[in-house]
Design a protein around this ligand. Structure first.
Ligand SMILES: NC(=O)c1ccc[n+]([C@@H]2O[C@H](COP(=O)([O-])OP(=O)(O)OC[C@H]3O[C@@H](n4cnc5c(N)ncnc54)[C@H](O)[C@@H]3O)[C@@H](O)[C@H]2O)c1
Length: 301
């Protein structure tokens, strides 16, 4: 197959100074994209800022390899930070064709002991950060004609020990993905979500909840470079999917779907009908249908 290139396209990658975001930025630049490397240089738990400027390091790496990139040290969690990132894209490259919302934070902790400000911060960085970037970039994505947004969710969204604050904030990003996909349809803007697994700094920070064997496996087999191809594909204009979510780790890629089972239909529904037909309500068979955005958009669906 012909190589998918990004010549003439501008892609914003948030959290691109480290880990998975860095891998996205390097891959995109190697395919010809003008890359906006946005990173605050945040501590892993998101409650502070490191002294270093990782975005600048990644820009230097891209330029040394002959690519085009601009760095922005900004906080995605505020509308102003998001606007600064979009403005940098427009002034460096003249527009925005795709946004990869990848910036993220984590701290493993008992949900009853997580302070209110950490719940707030997880929502601000993951949910609001993705929302502000999408909103600021939207006019440019419309103008692009083939705008793409790739959000970042997590397997923890579906339940992980000691991650109520983190996992539920990623669930909000999933809801955002579905709703923006609907809004983007008439403008050719596709919006999807990636649920990655990679042995990054973040994974090290979550190591308390993982066994030593799993951590070693993540470091060696689950590289950020084995996550990047999926997000980069979804950012490409040839990708036609929207409103979907995918798992990617260590070479495995699959679709994550919310499935509606056939269930029951009874206009005389009672509590007892539900109790006696519960198995049927739960059964996933060939009649079960994944909830796709196109169906959700149909009146009455
Ligand atoms: N590593 C995994 O296994 C894994 C699993 C599930 C989801 N994720 C998600 O993948 C994404 C990337 O994670 P990673 O593992 O590469 O982590 P990482 O810690 O290596 O990199 C995250 C980057 O985001 C930046 N960042 C944090 N808050 C920011 C803010 N407010 N504004 C701008 N930049 C900010 C950090 O400075 C950092 O460079 C995150 O959204 C994370 O939640 C990772």
């Amino acid at each position: 197959m012909e190589e998918l290139n990004f010549e003439g396209r501008t892609v914003i990658v948030t959290g691109a100074g480290r880990g998975i975001g860095r891998a996205y930025a390097l891959l995109l630049a190697s395919r010809g994209a003008g890359v906006v490397v946005a990173d605050l240089g945040a501590s892993t738990d998101g409650m502070g800022v490191d002294g270093d400027d990782p975005a600048a390091d990644v820009v230097a790496e891209i330029e040394a390899a002959g690519g085009r990139a601009v760095g922005v040290r900004a906080d995605v969690s505020t509308p102003e930070g998001a606007q600064t990132i979009v403005d940098a894209a427009v002034s460096a490259f003249g527009g925005v064709d795709a946004v990869i919302n990848n910036a993220g934070i984590v701290r493993v902790a008992d949900w009853l002991e997580v302070p209110a400000e950490e719940y707030q911060r997880h929502l601000e960085v993951h949910y609001l950060g993705s929302l502000w970037l999408a909103r600021a970039a939207w006019p440019h994505l419309k103008e692009s004609g083939s705008g793409r947004i790739v959000n970042t969710i997590s397997p923890a969204m579906l339940g992980n020990p000691m991650m109520v604050h983190y996992g539920s904030s990623k669930g909000a990003v999933y809801g955002l993905t579905r709703n923006l996909a609907l809004e983007g349809m008439e403008h050719g803007i596709n919006v999807n979500a990636v649920s990655p697994g990679a042995g990054t700094r973040m994974a090290e920070a979550a190591a308390d909840s993982l066994s030593a064997e799993i951590m070693e496996y993540m470091r060696t087999a689950l590289t950020p470079e084995l996550v990047a191809p999926l997000g980069v594909y979804l950012a490409h204009p040839s990708s036609q999917v929207t409103g979907e979510a995918f798992n990617v780790a260590g070479g495995m890629v699959n679709r994550m779907a919310v499935v509606n089972t056939q269930g029951i239909y009874d206009t005389e529904l009672t509590v007892e009908t539900i109790a006696s037909s519960f198995d049927q309500i739960m059964t996933i068979n060939e009649a079960a249908q994944p909830q796709v955005v196109a169906v959700a958009a149909m009146p009455g669906a």
